[in-house]
Design a protein around this ligand. Sequence first.
Ligand SMILES: [Zn+2]
Length: 436
Amino acid sequence: MYDLAVKNGILYRNSRWEQNHIYIRDGIIAEISSREYDARTVVDGEGKKILPGIIDPHVHFALSVGNSRSADDFASGSAAGLYGGVTTYIDFLDPVGRGSQVEEAFKKRLEQARISHGDYSFHVTAANPIGETAPIVAEAHRLGVPSVKVFTAYSESGRRTFPRELEEFLTLSGERGTVILVHGEDEDHIITDSRFGPDDLSRSRPAISERDMVKQLCEMVDSRGGTLYMVHTTCGSSLACARERLGEKFGVNFFMESCPQYFFLTDERFKGDEGYKYVLAPPLRSQKESDKLKEGIDSLYSVGTDHCPFMQIEKKRSLLSRIPFGIGGIEYSFPLMYGLFGDRIIDKMTLNPARLFGLYPRKGVLEPGSEGDLFLFEEKADTIRGTGHSRCDYNVYEDFPVGGRVEKTLLRGKIVMDGNVLSEPEGRFLTREARQ
Ligand SMILES: [Zn+2]
């Protein structure tokens, strides 16, 4: 007797579709088979696609920026994720400059995340860690969160990590398998002016700042090795640049993530009365760069959302310096990206993040021995309606076309979303392995 069976669905396994039954016991996929067995709960998967739960490697829940706090906490953000098939996500610790501060930052986020509906982990965030790169990496591994994010910009708030420390991180990464995440904007190209409004965002943080930083990052990876993961890549030209410069090292030492907003929204959004709603960094780009990103999709390693929306009352300001940066989207990442790219996007949102961030084979695949995280997807042309399940009071993807609808979501073999989120928060912290 199994705890739960999903019968007759069309399963995504090894990059193919197969019709089969999934049997789950104690939260783990016990068997995938065409045989008939009894189960306490039977989910009818007839005509539905069954996919491994989406892993969003880049979210910010309950983020404080100045006097603002992002609209979603760990409960509402992770619940919105369940409506989009997201069963696992990785958030970030507050930035630290010293190894001795990592544990406190970790405990703080762990406490905040206790109300999560999905399973979760964290990336450590470094801020100008002079003389402290090795202690930070050591703590990241000790706490089971072996990935460290650095910013190459934001020196005004003390968050920038300079090239020497970034190179140290890469050397440590080569030794220990730490993944070094980089927010890559070359600060030399960033212009700030206290009079700038939303429609100045593109010239304030131009595309060249990303492309120039990519060139520098490629050189560092080429000389130091290690594992570098560039978060929220905005430009198709950045992707092409890294691929050309690194050759065989691209996809081995250097991985690139992008987000749905850079495919579906362009810098035109910053113009007009509602430009404030779209303010984020790095900013939306031209149609041309967005098109290039689509052309380069097969070189992209993964998709994260950078989910960090703020209520309109917080965003609606005329000066950029007073607007908290960030938008939402965790609920729509898969339906949107699947609508645009079809099957080509699935591994980038499941298997790939699981592999790089030490969650495979526990997460990211439908295979015996893996946890029973999956969702039933009804493939059909559809449109996004309303503000969705985030607490944010506007939705940048309203009226956008999607490739289908997430009908049910299961976390460790339990139905957690079936039209509505059904259970109390049951998300667990995931200890991750270092990259081998
Ligand atoms: Zn982010």
